[in-house]
Design a binder for this molecule. Sequence first.
Ligand SMILES: Nc1ncnc2c1ncn2[C@@H]1O[C@H](COP(=O)(O)OP(=O)(O)O)[C@@H](O)[C@H]1O
Ligand code: SF4
Ligand SMILES: [Mg+2]
Length: 340
Amino acid sequence: MIADNDLLLRVRDLKVHFPTADGLVKAVDGISFEIRRGQTLGVVGESGSGKSVSFLTIMGLITSRQAQISGEVIFKGRDLLTLPVEEMRHIRGKEMGMVFQDPMTSLHPMYRVGDQIAEAVLTHQETTKKAAAAMAVDMLGRVGISKPAESARRYPHEFSGGMRQRAMIAMSLVLNPDLLIADEPTTALDVTVQAQILDLIDRLKSEFNAAVAIITHDLGVVAEHCDDIQVMYAGRIVETGTNRDLFYRGRHPYTWGLLQSIPRLDAEESHRLHPIKGLPPSLIFVPPGCSFHPRCPYAFDRCRTEEPRLASPDGYHASACHLSDDDKERIFNEKVLNRT
Ligand SMILES: Nc1ncnc2c1ncn2[C@@H]1O[C@H](COP(=O)(O)OP(=O)(O)O)[C@@H](O)[C@H]1O
Ligand code: SF4
Ligand SMILES: [Mg+2]
């Protein structure tokens, strides 16, 4: 058991709605979860399910100027949704680090990599330029960049994709944040480099005693790297539990679909992929009842009118689906565990 003083982030009923000319986009519609020190949380769902908007809002990068935001985001005891912009900027650099899919959104093409990392240090810490430059080189070494002193003098375009991602991780971690948020950190990388980056994040998490949230559309990516996983669909969490809960006792038809779309190396080519049929809904006109019902092979009458709540028979592992616990277990065992 992890003690409660390890609780870093507690999100309660967070809603982020964007008013647009076409209507109100309910990008995030009432999500609640917690992150503890030492934990790696995987946040999984197809593109457009509200993953990035949730965490951009948590980091204060989407504000009430762009969206109608409600709920609570308690980070180390303070509600971030009520903090002044200036204070939030400070927390964002120093206490929460971020890594995005495309490092070029965070790395400036015209500045040397080492200078950019040193600049991040100088913005948030009282120190000399020389000390900041030394921290940058040290950090580049720790993320596995060879010849760090020399590499620090290079420009981002002189790095490979994987090296740029390492540089961005170095920049996010140089101030020793409590929480690292990695949004599709490996999507643009090839499989071998993906694994290296995720291993690196794992190692650094322990070294820095931090927590990590890995956001991904690919459940396969987080399989080995997350303690807990929450599955998002249409702006809500539809299933949440430990890594083992999701992979060995998945209890939501959408999770089953994601599990079945993970390529299997041991299967025949023709049986490798079973993508979920249909498309995620528009977040302006979310289907009534269970928002997954138009795509769900198990939908019945109740699903079309009554919204399922996230409920847990065992206290932690929870799913939002009207099927009975017995049916969930039976279908999972038949269709997902024993699939050929
Ligand atoms: N600034 C915005 N204005 C209107 N809609 C937005 C805005 N930002 C994101 N959205 C919408 O919110 C939904 C969730 O987006 P996002 O969180 O980026 O999805 P994900 O990261 O899961 O792929 C999408 O339908 C997207 O089009
Ligand atoms: S509530 Fe109904 S439609 Fe929704 S996932 Fe469960 S069975 Fe499918
Ligand atoms: Mg995203």
